[in-house]
Design a protein around this ligand. Sequence first.
Ligand code: PMP
Length: 477
Amino acid sequence: MAVHDSVVDAIGGTPLFRLSRLGAGLAAPVYAKAEFLSIGGSVKDRAALSMVLAAERGGLLRPGGTIIEATSGNTGIGLTIVGRRRGYRVIAGVSDRSAPEKSDILRAYGAEVVVAPTAVPIEHPDHLFQVVRRLAAQIPGAWLADQYDNPANPDAHVRTTGPELWGQTGGRITHFVAGVGTGGTISGTGAHLKQASGGAVTVVGADPESSLYGGGDGSPYFVESIGHFLHPGTEEDRWPVSFHRDVVDRFERIPDRESLLTARRLAREEGLLAGPSSGTAVAAALRVARDLGPQDLVVVLLPDSGRSYLSKLYNDDWLRRWGFLEEPRTAAGAEPTAAGAEATVRSVLAGSGPGGAPGRLPVVGSDATLAEALAVLRGVPGGVAPVVLARPARPYGISATEVLGSVSAAAVDRALAGGHAKPGGPVTALLGPALPTVGIGEPLSSARAVLGPDHHAALVLLDGRAAGLVHRTELGG
Ligand code: PMP
């Protein structure tokens, strides 16, 4: 067993496991690189160490200095472990969409955590990137790690992850599959593997279906830390310098549900408790392996541990609430029985449109006028519709995270009659609270519960996206 003077010396050197259960029936073996077994719990330990050492060498980080970074958590953990060991103050800017457990871990290692909203365009002064940039300019001796644009990030993988995989597979690897966040992992590992194999290794990006990297529309998705989302208000879409597009041969685009359910299978069937981006990567690797033969060898990288997501991906109620899970809830020890299961929201939604078609989703864009809003609301039972961020029509529907609030016909009528508003005025002036939401697989009693005494309608979520409205009158009980 190796003995180390410092945990920092133990970064990297993670094991490779064959996915024999998930890969059963496939001719090509699929191996998983378990980066969650790294000292800080993720692949980002490698980039963190590499960036800190490069900053010290370049004179950007000196004794008494402060390390600052915008991070979904994992890079911050790596930077905090390495930084605190080497005597620096560390400040991590975390997005409000990131799992709260990640911030707790950062604080436990001695970082100061600043939380910033993601629901604003990148140019907005409150955006995470602007917040950390301001801090770096204000604090003397501060260095912004800037993993998105720092060449030491992909370089960590050229020097460590790539050579490890080449060695662990005895040079037999033919396909490398990984998610793309900053792009550091796929660019550095992929570049090394292509160089070592004389260009024979195929590099596949595993991307959330609506992410822009793989050709999606840039609308929000639920898998954290990978892909490229575009806020409708963003003026210039800049991709990270750490992502070298030429290294990626192709993308596999994975819907959120497939990512989340694959991660759960990985834990239950292989004993590998990994995060949602690992689910995306494994789902992609299984698709890749389907077309390959016994002479091929697929490696998929698992970036972090599932322990940080126990309240989300590994919580059945959370999955059901966002419409990712539809199997009926069962009492402990009881087998699910179709007869005993309560009807779900899907059964109501399915038949509520004309001729039993799925129910219509009346939507008002945030750039609509009150007159335009009224035109939508006139046809809606109860006269209430969600207001969503103004944006061009997107093929993947409206993410629950894009809903700003609601508008009601009664409120608009009142304001117009009272002379407080004009038909050409903005709907946002009369924005009401967001409608309560209910997952499509939840029982009708849950829908009744979210309506409470005050609401007429609830927004039904399917795979985290708005699928329709259910009205009080449809819910029985
Ligand atoms: N998965 C997780 C959980 C991560 O934290 C990250 C890094 N943000 C990635 C995937 C993507 O890695 P990279 O930034 O090297 O592309």
